[in-house]
Design a protein around this ligand. Structure first.
Ligand code: CAA
Ligand code: NAI
Length: 244
């Protein structure tokens, strides 16, 4: 029960890695808010999990007012926020010469601005409580770049810069800030990729398999727990050593 009594917000918690995280955090004793714009999946998740300790709040992380309302509802329901998992994200892959302005802006709006909005709104409460764990989701693409991901790699690299800046600002307020950099992980996001590229890429992973959502959820759990209280400003790679 490593998160007994803690209150966590998991953005993008209705599917994929986020859903695995909600499940894992519940097992460890937390109360969890699924903050997602997928209403049907979010409501279904609450029914499948523990309606006593899970709350679905519909939010678009790219929209400041929507995020403000989500954070207020969380505080109204649970009284505090201990953990923020900035996990919501999208892809709009295209080669550089084919990428539209809309593809570029949409990914930046959700994957970078969304993390800024959520963290800024939640940090106000964490600073007041002099306690918090903020965990951001970057990617192998943000560290090493990736074909077809100008927009996504830019946002994910930006997240690393924000993580380190916030670690410097918020450490003195009792708030740990870290990031997880997943490698290719079996969710809808990866299933959209062309099959032959998935096969070529998997062959280059020393562990010879893609990640499972639970692999990433366990990394979030470690960073959210007291066991990681001296880990700060760190980017934890959970990627089967794809780029080693
Ligand atoms: N790695 C290496 N080479 C790649 C590649 C990749 N990820 N993606 C594309 N290429 C290569 C193709 O094999 C092709 O090579 P050739 O010219 O030698 O045949 C070339 O780039 C052009 O690709 P396409 O012919 O497919 O070009 P397209 O314009 O039809 O499509 C694309 C471009 C949309 C980027 C498509 O190739 C694609 O979806 N690629 C996968 C991109 C990718 O890796 N996305 C990751 C999604 S999962 C995720 O984002 C999670 C995370 O954090 C890692
Ligand atoms: P997914 O597509 O399965 O789930 C993403 C969730 O985010 C969905 O529930 C979706 O509704 C939600 N979401 C998207 N935009 C939103 C918005 N504007 N507001 C609120 N919710 C929104 O994706 P997956 O794979 O679970 O990804 C989770 C995170 O992990 C993302 O940040 C992704 O970039 C990152 N990641 C994923 C990798 C992978 O291989 N799957 C690898 C590296 C990073």
């Amino acid at each position: 029960m490593r998160l007994e009594g803690k209150v966590a917000i998991v953005t993008g918690g209705a599917n994929g890695i986020g859903y695995a995280t909600v499940t894992r955090f519940l097992e460890e004793g937390a109360s969890v808010v699924i903050a997602d714009y997928a209403k049907e999946a979010g409501e279904e998740a609450v029914k499948m999990l523990d309606p006593e300790r899970v709350l679905f709040i519909e939010v678009d992380v790219s929209d400041r007012e929507s995020v403000k309302a989500m954070v207020q509802k969380t505080v109204d329901q649970f009284g505090r926020i201990d953990i923020l998992i900035n996990n919501a994200g999208i892809t709009r892959d295209a080669m550089l010469t084919k990428m539209t302005e809309t593809d570029f802006q949409e990914v930046l709006n959700v994957n970078l601005n969304g993390v800024f909005h959520c963290t800024q709104e939640v940090a106000l409460h964490m600073v007041e409580n002099q306690y918090g764990k903020i965990i951001n989701t970057t990617s192998v693409s943000g560290v090493y770049g990736n074909v077809g991901q100008t927009n996504y790699a830019a946002a994910k690299a930006g997240i690393i810069g924000m993580t380190k800046s916030w670690a410097k600002e918020l450490g003195r307020k009792g708030i740990n800030v870290n990031a997880v950099a997943p490698g290719f992980t079996l969710t809808e996001m990866v299933k959209k990729m062309p099959k032959e590229i998935i096969e070529k890429m998997t062959a280059t992973i020393p562990l010879q398999r893609m990640g499972k959502p639970e692999d990433i959820a366990n990394a979030y759990l470690f960073l959210a727990s007291e066991e990681a209280s001296y880990v700060h400003g760190h980017v934890l790679h959970v990627d089967g050593a794809i780029m080693m």
